[in-house]
Design a protein around this ligand. Structure first.
Ligand SMILES: *[C@@H]1O[C@H](CO)[C@@H](O)[C@H](O)[C@H]1NC(C)=O
Length: 368
């Protein structure tokens, strides 16, 4: 398996700074973030966009295709525009990461995303939750990083705690970001079941952020004696949030249906948030639940449809997910030789020395 070709490579440490980029994404209709109508082609943030964000953030706000109030909120501070962009990017990457082994791999390409948003699948629920979570997270961090004009570090929570230790440092400002996100995403509309489902799933995203807040402390004093501690509140890493939302996706509760035989096939026509007749499940209240909720059973995502490109040609992992990923169509096996850096060691000072290892690898892809 292992060929013995060995080369010593000299890698400067800066070459480890990788930019994660993702493919071309196209526009659709609805809300914000992955559920919004902004063309995701504006991502990822290029230097050109970053310049635009500081110089003329109005342009960024316009390109985000926001609703009237959202646009006003975006325009009032260059930091907000930048944070909105960051939130979308973060949510998109996390969604694709969480679904990398699934049939639906969080394809965000315009028409697929638009079709998904018209329906109330578990996947749709996830998109709402990860979008609001991403925005809440990015804003709270932006506050503590000093990138927003209207907020700063999280304040000391209560006086009792302040006596026990010194409340200091700069906490992530969840209070401000929650307030902002609630205003930005709008109030609950009562009649329309789909709107209530979306609203609920947005809240689930925000609550997962809140539940992940941890108090972090740092000791001061003679050799770690910790006579003085400073503490602040910190959000959990967004990967952790994504993981929890993925679990909630898996146990999502079905609370009704937007479709019948007729509309099920005509899913392109109804707008994303349509009112349901009073005889339908629209009159039932949503259960009070910390889970995600959805309305429609998901398609299999096996074959190309308006919801996904299907799994033909997708890479899978033998004895792990090929069976389910390929939907019983079987997989192709390809053998290839890969060369990659290995046995890397940091040498004083300041470079990394690696060998190049050549290895035979099997690649499995789903059959058409
Ligand atoms: C998702 O799968 C499709 C093929 O079905 C592929 O073209 C696309 O690059 C994948 N996207 C991501 C983000 O992995």
């Amino acid at each position: 398996m292992l060929a013995g070709q060995v080369v010593v490579g000299w890698l400067s440490s800066s070459s480890f700074a990788l930019m994660v980029l993702f493919g071309s994404l196209r526009p659709s209709a609805a809300y914000f973030g992955l559920t919004g109508s902004e063309p995701l082609t504006i991502l990822p943030l290029t230097t050109e966009m970053e310049e635009a964000a500081t110089k003329a953030h109005y342009k960024v706000c316009d390109r985000l295709k926001l609703e009237k109030k959202q646009r006003r909120m975006c325009r009032r501070d260059p930091g907000v525009a930048e944070t909105l962009m960051e939130a979308i990017s973060m949510s998109a990457l996390e969604c694709q990461y969480q679904f990398r082994f699934e049939r639906w791999n969080c394809t965000l390409e315009g028409r697929y995303r638009a079709s998904l948003l018209k329906r109330g699948f578990k996947e749709t629920a996830f998109l709402y939750a990860i979008s609001s979570a991403g925005l809440t997270h990015a804003l709270a961090k932006a506050c503590s990083a000093g990138r927003l004009e209207r907020c700063t570090c999280d304040e000391a929570p209560d006086l009792e705690n302040r006596e026990a230790w010194q409340w200091g440092g700069c906490g992530d400002n969840l209070k401000y970001s929650n307030k902002f996100v609630k205003e930005f995403l709008g109030k609950k509309s009562s009649k329309d079941l789909r709107a209530r489902v979306d609203f609920h799933n947005n809240l689930v995203g925000m609550k997962v952020i809140k539940a992940g807040v941890e108090t972090t402390c740092k000791c001061h004093g003679v050799s770690g004696s910790c006579t003085v501690r400073t503490c602040w509140r910190q959000l959990s890493p967004f990967h952790e949030v994504g993981k929890q939302l993925k679990q909630k996706y898996e146990s999502s509760l079905k609370v009704g249906s937007t479709t019948n035989e007729a509309t099920g096939e005509a899913g392109d026509i109804p707008p994303p948030r349509r009112a349901l007749g009073s005889s339908g499940p629209g009159t039932d209240p949503l259960p009070r639940t910390p889970d995600l909720v959805h309305l429609d059973d998901s398609p299999s995502f096996c074959l190309a449809s308006r919801f996904s490109p299907g799994t033909a040609g997708r890479k899978c992992y033998k004895d792990k997910n090929c069976e389910s990923m390929c939907c019983g169509r079987g997989h192709n096996t390809q053998s290839r030789v890969v060369t990659r850096p290995c046995q890397c060691q940091v040498r004083w000072c300041c470079y990394v020395e690696c060998k190049q290892c050549t290895q035979r690898e099997e690649v499995y892809t789903c059959k058409d």
